[in-house]
Design a binder for this molecule. Structure first.
Ligand code: BG6
Length: 470
């Protein structure tokens, strides 16, 4: 039971969730710097002003990752450190920071896996309409090109965007992320298209540089399954997968949007404003895209809505992923089931659905190259006699890594696994009490780092290439 030598065992973070230093060394403000200051938007008003101060402590953090044997570190670049105004003026100190971070990884033989956009948008762009404004697409291209040119000699894996569905959904349907707009599906679909157009242009530009690296995008992977085998619920799952999966995977991998969704959107006058040239660019980029990153936490169990739609639950606790809400078009709702296991935040735990979903993906898209760019357990870790005993996390990652191995054995082409997260960090809406890391950060003691039980466990898994998984 060993993973291939070239399979990457990694872990991930994102800039706003770890860096802090929100105004240090010339960084510009971002949408999140503002949004978290609006009362009631985050758990107890938590924000990333200081976060875990990775910006100033990255050397200590990378040394710990190296001690754990991490083969690859996925992190994101904060656009506003490099372009404080979103475009135009360049802040050299921002470039220096990421050069240092990349060099520090390479010093230990850790492969840097870089996300260009993990939700923190320079504030001036947010104020000018965010991803609804096509100028943001142009600014993104300028930023992406700078990153390729500045870092591409050492970074051979770029992710253009993290989880478009999340920032579009929470930003324009649920109102829980910036810009905090509720129930506006027209804008939601427009944002997604603009982001995919930006992705396509970045991929084409990257390939022209001949840097001989890989480029792709990370999508949420939350395959939908019917709660039972009734025709209505099988239809509900098909519909959910078309809107939540195909709408996000087809344009990247096949170069066009799924006809089923296009038809539904045009019936309801919700089609994005797109041009032939934009659609042609998306088509041209698809075969150049090297991989798809999958962020898998849980599947969706869905049921067709028959009677009343029911209220939309949008509490911070239940924020991003817990079941119980109707789809925007009121066709189906996600359901919490009695016979399934859930985390403290009501996210289903299901390695089996992971395998089934990967099979589903293979049957639709063939043997595309995949990285699991996020997977992990959000928990409040018990501390016993001073030790962080995150046994539940060990079980969670163990079982999901076994699922990855099983999928590989069944012919799914997976080249790496990134646990979320390398180190405890800010959960966007749930503060610091929802932990994901292998390394604990003590917010009552000067952000001191401490290795958790899972740290030692993952170290053994990596060293044995998975042979110690049970
Ligand atoms: C993913 C994001 O959606 O889920 C991460 O890419 C995030 O940035 C993770 O932290 C877990 O979500 P949450 O809400 O539990 O922090």
């Amino acid at each position: 039971m060993k993973f291939a030598k070239d399979f990457l065992f990694g872990a991930a973070t994102a800039s706003y969730q770890v860096e802090g230093a929100w105004d240090q060394d010339g960084k510009g403000k971002t949408n999140w710097d503002e949004f978290t200051k609006i009362p009631g938007k985050t758990f107890e008003g938590t924000n990333g002003d200081v976060a875990i101060d990775h910006y100033n402590r990255y050397q200590e953090d990378i040394a710990l990752m190296a001690e754990m044997g991490l083969e690859s570190y996925r992190f994101s670049i904060s656009w506003a450190r490099i372009f404080p105004d979103g475009s135009g003026r360049i802040n050299q100190k921002g470039i220096d920071f990421y050069n240092n971070l990349i060099d520090e990884c390479i010093k230990y033989g850790i492969v840097p896996f870089v996300t260009l956009y993990h939700w923190d948008l320079p504030l001036p762009l947010e104020q000018q309409g965010s991803w609804l404004n096509k100028n943001t697409v142009d600014a993104y291209l300028e930023y992406a090109l700078l990153c390729f040119n500045a870092f591409g000699d050492r970074v051979k894996h770029f992710i253009t965007f993290n989880e478009t569905v999340v920032f579009a959904n929470l930003g324009y349907l649920a109102g829980a992320h910036p810009p905090g707009i509720e129930n506006d599906p027209k804008k939601y679909f427009q944002v997604i298209h603009n982001v995919f157009y930006a992705h396509a242009q970045a991929v084409i530009a990257y390939k022209k540089l001949n840097q001989f690296g890989e480029i792709g995008l990370s999508n949420v992977f939350s395959p939908a399954f019917p709660v039972d085998e009734s025709a209505d619920n099988i239809f509900a799952a098909m519909h959910a997968n078309q809107f939540q999966m195909n709408w996000f995977f087809d344009p990247i991998l096949l170069g066009h949007y799924p006809q089923y969704v296009i038809d539904k959107l045009s019936e309801n006058n919700l089609l994005p404003d797109w041009t032939e040239q934009e659609l042609a660019t998306i088509k041209k980029a698809a075969p150049l895209n090297d991989f798809m990153g999958l962020n898998y936490y849980q599947p969706m169990r869905v049921e067709k809505i028959k009677g009343e739609v029911g209220a939309h639950i949008n509490t911070l606790e239940n924020s991003t992923g817990s079941p119980g809400n109707p789809s925007f078009d009121h066709v189906y709702k996600t359901v919490k089931m009695d016979n399934k296991r859930y985390t403290k935040w009501n996210w289903e735990i299901s390695p089996t659905a992971f395998i089934d979903g990967l099979e589903m993906l293979k049957s639709q898209y063939g043997q595309i190259k995949l990285y699991i760019t996020e997977n992990g357990l959000g928990d409040e870790d018990p501390i016993i006699e001073g030790e962080v005993c995150d046994i539940s996390r060990i079980h969670f990652i163990n079982d999901h890594l076994l699922a990855v191995k099983e999928a590989i054995d069944r012919g799914v082409h997976i080249k790496g696994y990134y646990a979320w997260s390398a180190i405890d960090l800010l959960s966007w809406l749930n503060g610091y009490k929802k932990q994901y890391g292998f390394i604990y950060v003590d917010h009552n003691d000067n952000l001191k780092r401490k290795k958790k039980a899972s740290f030692y466990w993952y170290k053994d898994v990596i060293a044995s290439r998975g042979a110690t998984l049970k």
